[in-house]
Design a protein around this ligand. Structure first.
Ligand code: NAD
Length: 258
């Protein structure tokens, strides 16, 4: 439920969320809107983006759905430009769009598959950062959250391309934080563990992930709900985390504590 005007954690602010048509991005879009942000729902799937924007509007929030392909520089430039044209500025961004290709060993990865996962999961985050920072630096404020993964912190057998890209997202986040802290812009990464989204349902259906084994590996004994990941992104996007930049927040049920 949307809070009364002016009272949420992101009241009066403008947020851009990529990959917000489904899964973790969708949960973040709903939560950010509940907390008072005007949200741009950006996704490769324009219909899904539109549907989430309509859901937010029906609950009394403010959102627009836009198509973006984060691998395409012109598309990213356009969506950031459209955000500012519509809402006047950009206060926070959650660079979340990502893919998880079916598993294979390091020596078996097809070159095209390697390029695809780097293109979406790493180049895509860099392109978003580039155009978001361009808006935030002159204003001297902003908070960017990049969605990495536990696979960006530890190795992920069977998912080398994904793991390499997610390690890259963390390096990129730390570097951007170091470069732009003095400009008032904070950049952090989150490292979610296994979360119940379409991405994971597909990997389970393909036999890449076994749900029961995965849950038993977690100290909390279960996988995450998308909203639990969104809560971490909300905290980092909001001024509640005003002295946090360059950090990697594990949201993984304790998986990487083992
Ligand atoms: N689900 C998990 O267990 C898990 C764990 C750790 C990290 N993550 C990361 O969280 C993010 C979201 O994952 P999810 O599980 O919600 O996935 P999902 O597949 O449920 O949703 C991803 C969304 O991103 C969009 N998308 C894909 N490629 C895009 C592109 N090129 N441009 C714009 N949008 C694009 C899709 O259309 C989809 O709406 C990803 O970066 C993923 O790597 C997920």
């Amino acid at each position: 439920m949307t809070r009364p005007a002016g009272t949420g954690e992101l009241a009066g602010t403008v947020s851009l969320i990529t990959g917000a048509g489904a899964g973790i991005g969708r949960a973040a879009a709903l939560l950010f809107a509940e907390e008072g942000a005007s949200v741009v729902i950006a996704d490769r799937d324009a219909d899904a983006a539109e549907a989430v924007a309509n859901e937010i509007a029906a609950a009394g929030g403010t959102a627009i759905g836009l198509r973006v392909d984060v691998t395409d520089e012109a598309s990213v430039r356009e969506v950031v430009g459209a955000t500012v044209a519509r809402f006047g500025r950009l206060d926070s961004a959650f660079n979340n769009a990502g893919i998880a290709p079916p598993g294979s060993g390091v020596e078996q990865i097809d070159t095209a598959d390697w390029d695809l996962v780097q293109g979406v999961n790493l180049r895509g985050v860099w392109l978003c950062l580039k155009y978001e920072l361009e808006q935030m630096i002159p204003r001297g404020r902003g908070s960017i959250v990049n969605n990495a993964s536990v696979a960006g912190v530890v190795g992920a057998p069977g998912s080398a391309g994904y793991s390499a890209a997610k390690h890259g997202v963390i390096g990129l986040s730390r570097t951007a934080a170091a470069e732009h802290g003095r400009h008032g812009v904070r950049v952090n990464a989150i490292a979610p563990g296994l979360t119940g989204t379409e991405m994971v349902r597909r990997l389970m259906a393909d036999g890449v992930i076994d749900a029961a084994t995965a849950a038993s590996r977690m100290p909390l004994g279960r996988i995450a709900e998308p909203r639990e990941i969104a809560e971490a992104a909300l905290w980092l996007a909001s001024s509640r985390s005003s002295f946090v930049t360059g950090s990697v927040l594990a949201v993984d049920g304790g998986e990487t504590a083992l």
